[in-house]
Ligand binder design. Structure first.
Ligand code: PHB
Length: 401
């Protein structure tokens, strides 16, 4: 147990927790720790402007929003986000709507771009709660993670070197970050899977042509129309593994989206717009077990990545932050370390549930190079459309649990 009022806790080069990474996981943790009065610092390699404008995911689950709201972090989100409770599967030009909200306790998704989540979390942490955050840091190194007195060293944006002694390090610096790489080889187990498909991800300045997410199955591969705002939309196209963005000039992107999203016997039309981002997404899953080693606790993409199918990534990151914040708060208040000991187990239960569901959906909506597997996937979707119990399974896992 640490006396928060002691000089120890407020000395400038000591904090209870050093957080590496200012994404949704690191910033939520920072906010919850500040709320609990636990001194922490957040280190981020990007600038504030960069992370507040970087487009990524855009779907929050009911329980994630509830958690943010419980901690006073969802004011703008609740005012501005659209709520969605239905999605559409288009199979060979025929639309099938699944009203997952009705099937699962009235729970909905909230459509709110990740950079807006980040913007809100930075405002609450740094501007309103006076949290310490260092932008543009480089050369971050972790020291003594197998001891109870780990440390972080880094270079500030002005080139000065700094060292922070802490009790815990939270690694929220993404899949390619330094924190997971600081764990000695063999100390944790890593599970990795390439799903044998790739997505071309497109962001365009185009108003949505739909009020609900569309998953389209077409003989040439999957296409998705996802939502971001009234002026920006996200689309995905299944492309061959090892394809490159250079193969996809804008005209080809739109032609393929028109073709794969087309509806038979309908005057539905896809509205085009200026393409502002085009990336190939490697459809990979990766899980680190356990999610902690010594004094280092991993969160979000640093601990696990999941395909975008099912839109779980940001929700898992927020859940990790919630669980770790509760564990650190209990430890600092009373010395109770049971939450820290169960952190990895509790998070991984949700992570593996999400991985299983995402994989279930990946199989259902994609065209496989093996025709037999494609037909199996289509049979799964036909069952989802026809069977209440299959739709119930989908709804529970899609918007919950
Ligand atoms: C997205 O909004 O990018 C999204 C939504 C649902 C999915 C996948 C991606 O299943």
């Amino acid at each position: 147990m640490i006396d928060l009022d002691s000089e120890w806790a407020v000395q400038s080069n000591r904090r209870a927790v050093g957080i590496v990474g200012a994404g949704p996981a690191g910033l939520t943790l920072g906010n919850l720790l500040r709320e609990a009065g636990i001194p922490c610092v957040v280190l981020e390699k990007g600038t504030r402007e960069y992370i507040e404008n970087r487009p990524r995911a855009g779907v929050l689950e009911h329980r994630a929003v509830q958690m943010l709201a419980d901690h006073g972090l969802a004011d703008r989100l609740l005012r501005e986000a659209d709520r969605h409770g239905a999605c559409e599967f288009r199979v060979n030009g025929v639309a099938h709507e699944v009203d997952y909200s009705t099937l699962y306790d009235g729970q909905t998704h909230y459509i709110y771009p990740q950079q807006e989540v980040v913007r809100d979390l930075v405002r609450h942490y740094a501007d309103e709660r006076g949290g310490d955050i260092r932008w543009g840091v480089t050369d971050v190194e972790l020291h003594g993670i197998e001891t109870a007195e780990p440390a972080l060293t880094w270079k500030n944006a002005d080139g000065t070197a700094e060292r922070l002694e802490c009790s815990f390090i939270a690694g929220a610096d993404g899949f390619h970050g330094v924190t997971r790489r600081s764990i000695p080889a063999g100390a944790v187990q890593e599970f990795s899977h390439q799903h044998g498909i790739e997505w071309l991800s497109i962001l365009a300045e185009a108003p949505p042509s739909t009020h609900k997410v569309i998953y389209a199955l077409h003989p040439d591969g999957f296409a998705g129309h996802m939502l971001r705002s009234s002026t920006v939309s996200r689309y995905y196209l299944q492309v061959p593994v090892d394809d490159t963005v250079d193969n996809w000039p804008d005209e080809r992107v739109w032609a393929e989206l028109h073709k794969r999203l087309a509806l038979k016997d309908s005057d539905w039309k896809l509205t085009e717009g200026r393409i502002i981002e085009k990336r190939i997404l490697d459809m990979r899953s990766h899980v680190v077990e356990p999610m902690n080693h010594g004094s280092l606790y991993l969160l979000g993409d640093a601990a696990h990545i999941i395909t975008p199918v099912g839109a779980k990534g940001m929700n898992l990151a927020l859940h990790d932050a919630e669980v770790l914040a509760a564990a650190l708060t209990a430890y600092h208040r009373t010395g109770d370390d049971s939450g820290l000991r169960s952190y990895s187990r509790v998070c991984l239960q949700r992570v593996w549930r999400a991985q299983e569901f995402s994989q279930w959906m990946v199989f259902m909506i994609h065209r496989s190079p093996e025709p037999f597997l494609s037909r199996l996937g289509q049979a799964r979707l036909e069952h989802l459309i026809a069977s209440g119990s299959s739709a119930g399974y989908f709804a529970q896992n899609y918007v919950g649990p």
